[in-house]
Design a protein around this ligand. Structure first.
Ligand code: ADP
Length: 466
């Protein structure tokens, strides 16, 4: 179980993550909406100005025609039709002259309208207002050039109403003679604005979708990270537990073994043969238990980086010889030949004496343990790369598949011959860690059924110094 502080931190982390996600979901689409609206507004404004100019230009063309040629209905009608044909945006174009019942249409895009009279307050007002060229305001005070929605279609159009002047008296004096009404469709602008809006909505949808997918992936990564942290914490707690438990086990095991040894030695009085056998078994089991605890302690020390190595120049031949002498009785008990090929001259290495002994005990111990008959040969020599110890046996050997996993924790070869041999599967893992802590190298060659050879090379004081 993660501790409460861990849970609290995880929860706080997730809250930050959710907040960040929501902020992204709100911010990105909002930024896109604002940018799109601004672009469309700017675009519409530009097109509207262009339309206004176009409308005024048409007005001026008619102004010039009337100024030069007077109100000649046939000429005006021809011009109206020509302008309308050249400009698809023109919805309506009429020229009015004042009439006693209102205004009479004298030229129009729709020829049938010519001759009709309309009484319109709008035109009357425009007529009265139109003292100067250019824009007039309508009777509501709005510019006469303005955007309206079509009564039937609802489409927007620009309505322009301009007075037309002529020199009636021929004295150069300008007189209002007609009124021009022009309706310009803004359909193209509106259609383009709608298209821009549609593509913005599609873009927006994709962006929101991508943001959500990205956040989903990020959340998954986040939970993996949280899980990884949790696993690391549990792993650390396991290491601490093993370390504490091993320490606590070591003391009673030492006491049990000590008292059993004393009993075997007769310190508590004579020991009948049957009891001696039992006590020796207890001692053997106690030793195995002690070895296991020692291995576990070593594993936890190595994993927590608590295993210190103090380098010093050592005589590799001497240390190896000592270890062999300690283990020789076990080999002899198994009727194995235990040969030590010492170097002709001292082989100095830079290593930690206790760790080096531990390595040699493991390797020579394994060679004896996994060799039912034959020999164990240990050779020490000086090589190009450093001091070398070679432990060779004629034992069970290890298959290629098992060799690949041999140096992993708790790995033991499972076969009929190894089943009866007790062990933890930690020895080789610890050995490899110790060798690499001493900046050495370990290699293993083995043929199943023939034997095994393990080689350890350690730096010499000279090579360690460079
Ligand atoms: P343990 O000996 O406690 O099982 P080790 O890590 O020392 O653990 O060895 C792992 C396994 O490698 C052993 O279980 C054994 O099967 C195999 N092994 C190690 N050394 C030898 C050897 N010299 N000959 C044959 N098998 C070996």
């Amino acid at each position: 179980m993660p501790r409460p502080s861990v849970l609290k931190r995880m929860f706080a982390d997730e809250r930050v993550q959710i907040g960040y996600g929501l902020l992204l979901i709100l911010l990105i689409p909002s930024a896109i909406i604002v940018a799109t609206v601004a672009t469309i507004a700017r675009y519409s404004q530009t097109i509207d100005i262009t339309l206004q100019r176009q409308a005024l230009l048409v007005g001026r063309v008619f102004g010039a025609t009337v100024w030069e040629q007077g109100i000649a209905p046939v000429t005006l009608q021809r011009r109206v039709e020509a302008v309308a044909a050249a400009n698809a945006d023109i919805l309506g174009l009429q020229v009015f002259t004042p009439h006693r019942d209102g205004f009479e249409i004298i030229a129009s895009v729709v020829p049938e309208q010519v001759g009709t009279v309309a009484a319109s307050a709008y035109y009357t007002y425009a007529w009265q207002q139109a003292e100067r060229e250019g824009l007039a305001t309508d009777y509501l005070g709005e510019p006469l050039l303005g955007s309206r929605a079509g009564a039937s279609t609802g489409d927007r159009y620009w309505l322009v109403t301009l007075p037309l002047f002529a020199d009636v008296e021929g004295d150069g004096h300008r007189e209002r003679v007609a009124l021009l009404s022009l309706q310009l469709s803004s359909g193209i602008v509106d259609e383009q604005a709608a298209a821009s809006w549609r593509s913005a909505v599609i873009g927006l949808t994709f962006t929101v979708l991508l943001t959500v997918l990205f956040l989903a992936a990020a959340t998954r990564l986040w939970s993996y990270a949280t899980l990884y942290r949790k696993i690391k914490e549990v792993d650390q707690m396991k290491d601490e537990f093993i370390s504490i438990a091993s320490h606590e086990l070591r003391t009673p095991i030492t006491a049990i073994r000590g008292y059993v040894s004393m009993a075997i030695d007769g310190d508590f009085g004579s020991v009948p043969e049957k009891l001696r056998t039992g006590l020796e078994r207890i001692n053997g089991a106690g030793k195995r238990l002690g070895d296991l605890v020692e291995d576990l302690l070593n594993v936890s020390r190595i994993e927590q980086g608590r295993l210190s190595v103090s380098f010093q120049p050592l005589d590799l031949g001497e240390v190896t010889g000592g270890v062999i002498e300690e283990l020789r009785p076990t080999a002899v008990q198994k009727q194995l030949t235990c040969e030590y090929v010492a170097p002709t001259s001292p082989v100095k290495v830079m290593a930690d004496p206790d760790r080096l002994k531990q390595v040699l005990f493991n390797l020579v111990g394994n060679a004896i343990k996994y060799t039912p008959k034959g020999s164990v040969t240990v050779t020490v020599s000086l090589q190009e790369h450093g001091g070398c110890v070679r432990v060779k046996d004629t034992g069970l050997g290890i298959s290629a598949a098992d060799q690949a996993r041999l140096f992993t924790k708790f790995y033991r070869v499972a076969s009929d011959q190894t089943r009866a041999i007790s062990g933890t599967g930690l020895g080789l893992w610890i050995t490899r860690q110790l060798v690499s802590l001493m900046r050495g190298e370990i290699t293993l060659e083995s043929i199943e059924g023939t034997g095994t050879q393990v080689t350890v090379v350690l730096p010499t004081p000279k090579s360690a110094a460079t």
